[in-house]
Design a protein around this ligand. Structure first.
Ligand code: H53
Length: 840
């Protein structure tokens, strides 16, 4: 009976208290156990991919031990928890990162080698988990790594899309999108929680009933689906703490509709149910662009609704007063995509828990905080009230209530200021009316932050000016950062080794400020030589990758000049390629025997995906590829210049590209790139930046010194004046002659594809050069000239490179996350003791 099961339990828990050892033999045994029992493989049908699977499962076992202990420890200490809500997590490969964070890479290398495998080749077997578009999703991934490493009681919540960001093929200069069914071969890094499922309702209606003289709202009818949890352990570095990324997958609900089943159409009824799976099937491939699709709103609500149920269940496990909620939870909204969580929590508190609205509202806004990532108008989410009210009828009601209460308060402070009221209102009085998700996010949060100084400043002076005047203390800055584990330790092993040798240990990996101590090595010739040697080895690796993936031979002695990021007009890849054309034409004009004296060899590399529906972005890809075709096959040019489109830019390619780069381009129109994060990764890996005074470039310049960068272009305060000037002037008159010449060549059909390329150049020629390529072109040319001058002086370049890397410690996401923890979340670290000191 029960007595017996208790004894069984005791025995069971006791048996679980031991930890897997990490000596070579134990590792090997655990790998072969997985080969035999998990994969059921025999020696005759075994490939390196199966080796990857078995090795990953053995690492997973070790992760799970730490993961379970960490979860228990947080529960036991009843810590205040952080919930990081994001519609995207661009994680990149797990295996190497997990081994490095667990400090098991050497052990595994040796163990696996004896089994006949090279660990690096095994890493290559992993598909990139790419559940994100670009900067925003990758930031969330870096933040998880830092939250784990800083021992914060934090969880990430997101969506387990069946299809991640599409795979990009480049054929004849055009982008083709191939679906990324990344789960095809299973995923050893997740734990499916068959027992964690939450019901999610869509559509239906709100019924009002009266109880004890009070009106109650009941949302019912419509459709139900289930959200099931998939847990992804995230190990910290130099700590046993392992936190969780919980991703939701939609499934048919368990309840079924008796009517449809009784009407005899069994297959039709099943078909309806299967549609539920479609909700989390595909990631929307737009970066910084709002598309307004109902399915996207369903994804957002599924994430939010399941997460809030999970959070409340955990809060209620202990008996306590609701007033403790903001002392026990901090919910961070990564952009407005999960902003419905504000309304959802309020709905649960008033409709299900019977809490008075004023008190409930206080609990909500004290718990929430919101990060804004862009001021681009096309990226701001505004849901039409018809769409929203149809899908989430009760939420629309609640939005109106929140808005009413809020505007009441505003009009007391600013009587008769209708202009102000309409700009602050959650409802945009357009036809049809729209719900402004940014306004909702600000009103429902106690803290709002931008992601770089210049961006946060712009928020308070332009986009959110009226909100700032209302509550100045709500607005903060949290300059982005990137994790030095993946972006130095994993991707640039040699540089990491150099740091560890020079600093006499590897504690710099969790305290990047230590690399500043290498300032006294900048002039040291041995150190410089080591530095150059490492860069050259990284360049060799990229050269090999380019050969393999693009069938192009690049010159290892040329300057590796790289622009990799999502294709967007504001990022101005267009301006980059226009300059490249200019450089090409200049070489051609120079007599053949003087070319090598006058021009330094350059390899110009581009990479990045265009949203499938973004026509101009796709035209820019076409232009780049057309120019590449022309230049790369021009025998007069030889290896003075090569142009490469690196296909399918993603996290694992970035880990090869970034350490090999000598010059990287971050050239957005001032004011439009909120922060940028690849700029930080490049600088950390000793690349110099050519860039505008935009986003985090401004702070990079502060840290590494303007003299160690190639800064150009209009400043943010000059943009408006330039736009006005442009509108009143014939473009060919204010464009520099170099630019006019380049545009004319394209127009003449020199690079082929004349119709579509003409459409592209017309976007800047028709007094409508919104991103100000014409205005910045001249200073871009000058900056490029300085690049060439510096690169000629090898030792100067090396010193600049070293200074960039060792002065970039501010941009560790550990710094960023510590600031969030202290200044927004109010959470403390809880480091769990390592129980297996003797085993490790
Ligand atoms: O977020 C990055 C910034 C970058 C910004 C990017 C971003 C997205 O990737 C998607 C949507 C969005 O609103 C913003 O463009 O400047 O570095 C992380 O903060």
């Amino acid at each position: 009976g029960s007595q017996n099961s208790l004894i069984q339990n005791e025995k069971m828990w006791k048996l679980m208290q031991s930890y897997i050892k990490n000596d070579k033999e134990t590792i090997q045994q655990s790998i072969v156990n997985h080969v035999e029992y998990t994969l059921a493989k025999t020696r005759f049908d075994f490939s390196i991919f199966h080796a990857y699977q078995a090795i990953s499962h053995s690492v997973r076992d070790r992760l799970i031990e730490a993961f379970n202990d960490t979860a228990q420890y947080f529960t036991h200490h009843d810590c205040k928890r952080v919930y990081y809500l994001s519609i995207e997590f661009l994680m990149g490969r797990y295996l190497q990162n997990a081994l490095i964070n667990l400090e098991l890479e050497d052990n595994y290398k040796e163990a696996v080698l004896e089994l006949g495998y090279n660990l690096e080749s095994v890493y290559e077997q992993e598909v990139d988990p790419a559940l994100g578009n670009g900067g925003l999703g990758r930031l969330a991934a870096c933040f998880l790594d830092s939250m784990a490493t800083l021992n914060l009681p934090a969880w990430g919540y997101g969506i387990r899309y069946s299809y991640g960001i599409f795979r990009q093929l480049i054929k004849d200069g055009y982008q083709y999108e191939v679906p990324d069914y990344w789960l095809d071969n299973g995923n050893p890094w997740e734990i499916e929680r068959l027992d964690v499922n939450y019901p999610i309702r869509f559509y239906g209606y709100v019924r009002k009933i009266h109880e004890n003289g009070k009106e109650k709202s009941i949302w019912e009818g419509g459709e139900l689906v289930l959200a099931r949890a998939y847990d992804n352990p995230i190990p910290g570095y130099d700590t046993y703490n392992t936190i969780n990324l919980r991703l939701w997958r939609s499934l048919p609900a368990r309840e079924f509709d008796f009517n449809s089943f009784n009407q005899g159409d069994y297959f039709k009824a099943l078909e309806e149910r299967e549609k539920a799976e479609y909700i989390t099937s595909v990631l929307y491939p737009n970066d910084s662009n709002y598309s307004g699709k109902e399915l996207r709103l369903k994804q957002q609500y599924l994430l939010v609704c399941a997460t809030i149920q999970d959070v409340i269940r955990r809060f209620k496990k202990k008996k306590r007063d609701w007033k403790e909620l903001p002392e026990k939870i901090a919910v961070q909204l990564n952009d407005t995509h999960p902003a419905m969580a504000i309304v959802e929590l309020l709905r649960v508190l008033i409709d299900h828990e019977g809490i008075e609205i004023e008190f409930a509202w206080e609990l909500v806004y004290k718990s929430f905080s919101y990060t804004n990532h862009t001021i681009l108008p096309e990226a701001l989410e505004k849901w039409g009230i018809d769409l929203l009210g149809n899908l989430l009828p009760r939420h629309l009601e609640i939005v109106y209530i929140i808005n009413f209460i809020f505007l009441e308060k505003v009009s007391k402070k600013f009587p008769n200021d209708h202009h102000r009221l309409s700009s602050l209102s959650i409802i945009e009085e357009s036809n049809p009316k729209k719900i402004r998700m940014a306004n909702l996010s600000i009103i429902g949060s106690h803290a709002v932050n931008g992601v770089a100084e210049i961006h946060s400043k712009l928020l308070t002076t332009t986009l959110f000016k009226d909100f700032y005047e209302l509550r100045p203390k709500k607005f903060q800055n949290k300059t982005n950062g990137v994790t030095p584990r993946r972006w130095i330790r994993c991707c640039n092993v040699q540089l990491a080794q150099l740091y560890t040798e020079q600093l006499g240990g590897d504690t710099w990996v969790t305290d990047l400020t230590q690399v500043r101590c290498l300032e006294n090595m900048v002039e040291d010739p041995d150190f410089q030589n080591n530095w150059q040697r490492i860069k050259r080895q990284n360049k060799e690796q990229l050269k090999w990758w380019v050969k393999e993936n693009c069938q192009i031979d690049i010159n290892i002695d040329s300057l590796f000049d790289v622009q990799v990021k999502r294709l967007h007009e504001y990022k101005r890849q267009f301006m980059n390629i226009l300059y490249v054309i200019h450089r090409y034409l200049s070489i051609k004009k120079t007599p053949a025997d003087q070319r090598h004296a006058k021009f330094l060899p350059r390899t110009i590399m581009f990479g990045g995906k265009a949203a499938p529906g973004y026509i101009n972005a796709k035209r820019i890809i076409k232009l780049i590829c057309s120019v590449a075709d022309k230049v790369n096959t021009d025998s007069e040019i030889g290896d003075l210049m090569k142009i490469v489109y690196l296909p399918n830019y993603n996290v694992s390619n970035a880990q090869i590209i970034i350490p090999a780069t000598e010059l990287s381009q971050h050239i957005s129109t001032a004011g439009l790139e909120a922060s940028g994060t690849s700029n930080m990764k490049f600088v950390m890996n000793g690349s110099l930046i050519i860039g505008t005074m935009d986003g985090a470039n401004v702070e990079i310049a502060e840290e590494v010194g303007k003299e160690n960068m190639f800064i150009f272009g209009a400043l943010v305060d000059e943009i408006e004046g330039l736009r006005n000037h442009m509108r009143n002037t014939e473009p060919s008159q204010y464009f520099p002659p170099e630019l006019n010449e380049v545009l004319q060549k394209i127009d003449e059909g020199f690079f082929g594809a004349v119709d579509e390329l003409r459409e592209l150049i017309n976007t800047i020629r028709n007094r409508n050069d919104y991103y100000l390529l014409g205005a910045d072109f001249k200073s871009y040319l000058e900056a490029q000239k300085k690049v060439d001058e510096c690169y000629k002086n090898k030792s100067l370049w090396t010193k600049m490179s070293i200074r960039n890397a060792i002065r970039s410690s501010k941009f560790s996401s550990d710094r960023t996350i510590q600031q969030y923890a202290d200044e927004i979340w109010g959470v403390k670290a809880f480091q769990i003791p390592n129980p297996s000191q003797n085993a490790r």
